[in-house]
Design a protein around this ligand. Structure first.
Ligand code: ADP
Ligand code: MG
Length: 404
């Protein structure tokens, strides 16, 4: 059995909460979208109200420990949670104590000094090389800082790391309670409906876009088994165009996935863009045109899906009863390449009868930027996690570990 944070009796107890504060940043270093921080508030407030001493842990970005020491230091600086602590403090309307380190005297003394109802945020858990390896010594150390553990980082539940799996394993061994938070509860409930929709909830379509082709393309197999159609957009589309033998100019293509893409096409369920918006340069697009996908000019790069593609996609969206969407249709951060992503928002909003879920850090940010957050049945904070929920029938390591 799994337990809810609601059931925990934690007055005066130190509670480690794994949150997902992996927020997107603007170029100037300010937070672009605080969706994920806001999403963790119900659980944090519940614990504050219960008089717990709250220890928040989260990762932020990636740190490559194979790089030179100076590079690692740069990555650490860039991925500091300090500004997140500030934003959280504004949202909670109370002080958030920040530990600038992930182990040692500063962390331990700040934890020891916590009073009932106070909140501490530990620096980015990925400052530790061992975090992503689920290093047992690190998990044991972090677990020793708390009396209970709450998992509320849905966006990280698909990863078996110290803060998602190692800590609760140690806590369980020591007889300390572990539970899920409100966000995780809500996510499991909503995404559960996308794992295996009932017959009367079909047609079920998935819309897959974004940039992380290599990690997402493998999910298509699972989606093809569950969905009636899979609509492909974003950077991923160009790998499919190449697989069909079209020229793709400077567009991003995963050369080693071409055979796989062909197999996916054989399912007959894949729907590809028919038009694409191309630019002469990603960073400085001065020449932009809309072309048919089999006519992509040399030297140009695909940036969005084009109006005729939207017409095709709208047809599928209009008839769907269940819609799962991950990944923007185009480079929505740049003016001139937003129409595809915005058009998908509008089409989903127009289908009031469908159960619709959008997931992913950038996807959720796009939906919010365009003002469509309330038009979806659920906006998931998880990108990879929401995809893997569907791929692995809800069995994510960070969720499974919460069983007694
Ligand atoms: P999510 O965070 O929602 O899971 P991803 O991180 O996979 O989504 O992808 C988001 C990024 O994909 C956005 O920054 C967007 O600019 C980019 N993107 C979308 N379409 C393209 C494209 N055709 N070429 C390059 N980048 C793209
Ligand atoms: Mg992203």
């Amino acid at each position: 059995m799994k337990h809810s944070v609601k059931e925990l009796q934690v007055k005066g107890k130190k509670v480690i909460v794994r949150v997902d504060f992996n927020v997107p940043f603007k170029d100037d270093g300010s937070i672009r979208d605080d969706n994920r921080i806001v999403a963790a508030l119900p659980t944090i407030n519940e614990l504050i109200n219960k008089g717990a001493r709250v220890i928040l842990m989260s990762h932020l970005g990636k740190i490559d420990f194979k790089k030179e020491p100076e590079e690692i230091e740069k990555a650490k600086k860039k991925n500091s949670l300090a500004s997140v602590a500030k934003r959280l403090s504004e949202l909670l309307k109370q002080e958030v104590i920040f530990s600038s380190v992930t182990r040692g005297e500063e962390l331990e003394s700040k934890v020891a000094a916590l009073k009932d109802g106070q909140v501490l945020l530990m620096q980015n858990s990925r400052y530790e090389k061992g975090e992503s390896k689920n290093d047992p010594a690190l998990s044991e150390y972090w677990a020793s800082l708390g009396d209970a553990y709450v998992m509320d980082a849905f966006g990280s539940a698909h990863r078996a790391h110290c803060t998602t799996v190692g800590i609760p394993e140690f806590m369980k061994k020591e007889g300390k309670p572990v539970a899920y938070g409100y966000l995780v509860e809500k996510e499991i409930h909503a995404l559960g409906r996308c794992v295996n929709p009932q017959e009367n909830e079909r047609p079920y379509i998935a819309i897959l876009g974004g940039f992380k082709v290599s990690s997402k393309i493998q999910v298509i197999d699972a989606l093809l088994k569950k969905c009636d159609n899979v609509l492909i957009c974003g950077a991923m589309a160009y790998t499919f165009f190449r697989a069909q033998g079209y020229k793709t100019g400077n567009s991003f293509v995963e050369e080693d996935q071409l055979e796989y893409a062909k197999q996916c096409l054989n399912s007959g369920k894949i729907v590809l863009p028919v038009q694409t918006v191309v630019a002469n340069s990603f960073d400085n697009p001065t020449d932009v045109k809309t072309v048919n996908v089999y006519d992509l000019p040399d030297g140009m790069e695909g940036m969005d899906i084009g109006p005729n593609t939207l017409d095709v996609f709208e047809g599928y969206i209009k008839n769907a009863k269940t819609i799962f969407w991950n990944g923007p249709a185009g480079v929505f951060e740049k003016e001139g390449f937003q129409a595809g992503t915005l058009g998908i928002c509008k089409a989903i909003a127009a289908n009031k009868g469908a159960f619709s879920v959008v997931g992913g850090g950038d996807s959720a940010a796009a939906v919010k930027q365009f003002g469509y957050s309330n038009e979806f049945s659920h906006v998931s904070t998880g990108g990879g996690a929401s995809l893997e929920m569907i791929q692995f029938d809800g069995q994510l390591p960070g969720i499974v570990v919460l069983e007694d």
